[in-house]
Design a binder for this molecule. Structure first.
Ligand code: SAM
Length: 290
């Protein structure tokens, strides 16, 4: 059944609050499945099944699909639409509250599962951070996001869209923009165009960082004032003395007049190393960060 027929049959009014924009153009479903390299061995977590169009295809191509939907009113409809698919489990829950290790233990048998989802855009960043945090049990994520977010995920130093999200995602995954998707592919159409992004996740960081928590504190401090030089941002936001901040830039051989958005992940890692040396830190110390 097509989206508009399903909406008519079940008298559905899409919720703006829950980011309900249903994918009508089926060609993108196949693009997502192909990008995720789904096989009959795979177990897949889908976030926000909506009216089940992607869920149905995932059920055809994979071994098992667990689909988590926050909107309780869609669950009964999904149960009806998916009644012939024995390899689909529906969970009525907010994905941000879900314990993904619990999902793996309760529903899956493989060491890792894949995520394929047309995300609710209002919570894209927290979902992506959750994916990164759970990279030891997730092998790939193929997600539909706003085009602007896709650009942030894939962007490199020197670009305006490069920031904390780019660094967090690129530290633990290879990012690829698979396809751009025009607003008209959805009903109702969202305000912005979208893109399908593929993240190939790795358990270990791609760059050697001495301490993850301290590394991200430094990245956050550097990006807190994007218009300022990285020297001033670090000095102000890490409460460093002028001497301390000068030592960091001398020892790392980085020009402190540059802006945070020009620094590579490797450069942030070497700032982190010198910062920890300077403060005599072996790991996280709550007295250093307020
Ligand atoms: N997968 C469907 C499709 O491609 O047509 C629907 C995608 S729609 C962009 C996003 C879906 O996520 C909606 O069904 C919405 O109800 C659901 N959703 C919103 N917030 C959620 C949350 N916190 N946890 C789980 N699902 C959520």
């Amino acid at each position: 059944m097509k989206i508009k027929e399903i909406m008519k049959k079940y008298d559905i009014r899409p919720s703006k609050r829950l980011g309900q924009h249903f994918l009508m153009d089926e060609s993108f479903l196949y693009k997502m499945i192909k990008a995720a390299e789904i096989t009959k061995e795979d177990e897949v977590l889908e976030i926000g099944p909506g009216l089940g169009v992607l869920t149905l295809k995932l059920a055809d191509y994979s071994r098992k699909v667990v689909a988590v939907e926050k909107d309780g009113s869609l669950i009964k409809i999904l149960e009806d639409l998916l009644k012939d698919r024995k390899n689909v489990c529906l969970i009525n829950e907010d994905v941000l509250k879900l314990d993904l290790n619990r999902i793996k233990k309760d529903y899956f048998t493989n060491n890792c599962f894949k995520i394929v989802a047309n995300l609710p855009y209002y919570i894209t960043s927290p979902i992506l951070m959750k994916v990164i945090e759970n990279r030891d049990i997730i092998s790939k994520a193929v997600v539909m996001v706003q085009k602007e977010v896709a650009e942030r995920l894939a962007s490199l130093p020197g670009s305006k869209s490069y920031g904390i999200l780019s660094i967090a995602v690129q530290l633990y995954s290879d990012v690829e923009i698979v396809s751009l998707v025009k607003k008209g592919a959805f009903f109702p159409p969202p305000k912005v165009d979208s893109a399908i992004v593929k993240l190939d996740l790795q358990k270990k960081a791609k760059v050697d960082i001495p301490d993850e928590k301290i590394f991200f504190k430094i990245v956050e401090a550097a990006f807190a004032e994007r218009r300022k030089t990285v020297r001033n941002s670090l000095k102000n936001n890490l409460e460093l003395s002028p001497e301390e901040v000068d030592t960091i830039f001398q020892k790392t051989d980085i020009d402190g007049k540059r802006r945070a958005e020009t620094l590579s992940i490797e450069e942030f890692a070497s700032i982190c190393r010198v910062f920890m040396e300077l403060k005599g830190m072996k790991g996280w110390d709550k007295n250093v960060f307020h």
